[in-house]
Design a protein around this ligand. Structure first.
Ligand code: SF4
Length: 324
């Protein structure tokens, strides 16, 4: 049985349910790199370009963790899926960065997806993957249909307040649902890229830290695509990058809502788009807006520093609410 490796970073938190069921439907065994550890992060930091953002360094570490365990690595080159915005250039270069940046890696299965080239771009990419796996077109279509059903279940769990890493565990690892939203508690929005918020190591587990402080948490992944698409941000500029555009629109949705007591932007050190996103959020929120804090995450982010800043922010919001 061919073993397909999927690094547990970046797109993992967006498409892993779909990819896993799709490949398993074609008879492959899917292997992931698991959760981030200090060692895995250190490996990525050592091997990736020094000026790469933290999530890309992390991706290197996850790819390296699969080196001896798989026959091929699946790293698609996803350019555009909505005809409007494109993924950040780092995503576009991922297959090449891993292929040329790490020695002796397994072959990389790299398919390009750009919906601006064709309405059937996704289907064509799947067919190309099927061909590499020596699967017939009907088998590819059947497997994709099953994979879509699983991905829909994943989206439903997100709409119910679970975070992607939790939904993946529930659907694919059969973990029991834990209550994530408690009535009567304050709610904060944590905005940022899924692959930062959901990596418990690199995000220093901000979501669960807030929950332990009796704060409910919502993130951009909990909003429907329609709710996000309806938002307009006030900066006057359109964001080119898909994930950055989603973060800005989601923040716009959360800003000024009565049920959102505070907004925390988890920003990645070394991320070019984030330097603009953070500024736009501040301009959009404006003076007197929803209490807001930016936490910049890097490879040295420590439990203690982040915990103290979170506690201070929560305390400030509670005092404001009490009118102190
Ligand atoms: S959007 Fe930022 S954090 Fe994400 S891959 Fe691009 S540079 Fe890195």
């Amino acid at each position: 049985m061919v073993r397909i490796g999927i690094p547990g970073a970046l797109f993992y938190f967006v498409y892993y349910p779909l990819w896993r069921v799709f490949f398993e439907g074609l008879g492959a065994q899917v292997v992931t790199s698991g959760k981030t550890t200090r060692e895995l992060l250190d490996n990525g930091v050592r091997e990736a370009l020094a000026d790469a953002c933290v999530p890309v360094k992390l991706f290197f570490g996850h790819a390296m963790a699969l080196k001896e365990k798989v026959d091929q690595l699946f790293i698609p080159r996803i350019v555009c899926l909505n005809n409007k915005t494109v993924y950040c250039p780092k995503f576009l270069g991922l297959p090449d960065m891993i292929r040329h940046g790490l020695p002796d890696m397994p072959p990389i299965m790299d398919v390009r997806v750009d919906s601006r080239d064709s309405k059937l771009a996704v289907l064509r990419a799947l067919m190309a993957v099927g061909e590499k796996m020596k699967a017939s077109p009907p088998a590819v279509l059947g497997s994709y249909a099953k994979a879509r059903v699983t991905q829909m279940k994943f989206y439903r769990l997100l709409r119910n307040g679970f975070q992607p890493a939790e939904a993946i565990d529930m659907i694919l690892n059969r973990k029991a649902a834990i209550p994530v939203f408690r009535p009567g508690q304050m709610t904060f929005a944590v905005v940022g890229y899924s692959y930062i918020i959901n990596d418990r190591y690199i995000s220093v587990d901000v979501v669960n830290k807030l929950r332990r402080m009796e704060i409910n948490v919502l993130t951009p992944d909990n909003l429907s695509p329609l709710a996000i698409a309806r938002q307009r941000y006030n900066s006057g500029k359109q964001m080119f990058w898909t994930f950055s555009d989603k973060v800005l629109r989601a923040t716009r949705y959360f800003t000024g809502r009565k049920n959102i007591a505070g907004i925390i932007h988890l920003s990645a050190f070394g991320c070019g788009p984030d330097s603009i996103v953070d500024r736009f959020i501040q301009m959009d929120n404006g003076p007197g807006g929803t209490p807001f804090m930016t936490l910049t995450i890097d490879e040295h982010s420590g439990e203690a520093g982040v915990g103290t800043r979170l506690e201070a922010f929560v305390d400030m919001v509670k005092r404001k609410k009490r009118g102190e």
